[in-house]
Design a protein around this ligand. Structure first.
Ligand SMILES: [Zn+2]
Length: 206
């Protein structure tokens, strides 16, 4: 009896593992990308003329999730409410989900209100893949919005805590009056979201 049970147990184990693997794919099988709405909760990010960056970031992240769905891309957000999530926790979440990449959404501030436009950031020690992702995002954002192209930039970022391709988009300057007006416009927000989705798809070769 014991000898016959061995193979049966192996078959059951394989079946159980397959079941867990299917479950882990989630409701929409396929590629998972993680999109982060910068700041949140007690951390508002930039605050200009009563506008809090965290709210704009969240609105854009939700739009990206919605638009990505039609492109067959599953987007998981690090937050979908006004809460603060620890920064390292955000990238850990992406790794735990088996995401293929990580994009963080921010809006910018400069004390000189003549500074306007789109930038994409990577960590100073970013991989070539992160730089490739950032370039794809920057290009697609500039095309989608027609905003000034301020290019790819590097600084020490928490994105260094993940090995996933990771980039941070600064979709415009809240301190630039003309751009601030656009950033609050639902149509323009839709174009930004479209740009981010297109950038991700371009990076993924789709
Ligand atoms: Zn920010």
């Amino acid at each position: 009896m014991m000898d016959d049970l061995g193979p049966l147990l192996v078959v059951l184990l394989i079946a159980a593992m397959a079941f867990v693997a299917i479950l882990s794919l989630g409701p929409t099988p396929g590629v998972v990308v993680v999109v982060d709405a910068g700041h949140g909760g007690p951390d508002p990010g930039a605050v200009v003329a009563g506008i809090q960056e965290k709210d704009l970031n969240l609105a854009l992240a939700l739009l990206v999730q919605e638009k990505a769905k039609t492109a067959g891309l599953r987007v998981v957000l690090t937050r979908n409410t006004d809460t603060y999530v620890d920064l390292v926790e955000r990238v850990r979440m992406a790794e735990a989900l088996g995401a293929v990449l990580y994009v963080s959404i921010h809006a910018n501030y400069h004390r000189d209100q003549r500074v306007c436009g789109v930038e994409t950031w990577v960590d100073t020690n970013a991989s070539a893949e992160s730089a490739r992702l950032a370039e794809a995002l920057q290009r697609a954002l500039v095309v989608a919005t027609g905003a000034q192209d301020r290019g790819l930039r590097r600084q020490t970022l928490y994105l260094r805590h993940t090995r996933l391709p990771a980039a941070l988009v600064e979709v415009g300057y809240l301190s630039c009056p003309g751009e601030r007006e656009k950033l609050l416009d639902p149509d323009y927000q839709g174009r930004i979201a479209e740009g981010i989705v297109r950038g991700i798809l371009a990076y993924l070769g789709k």
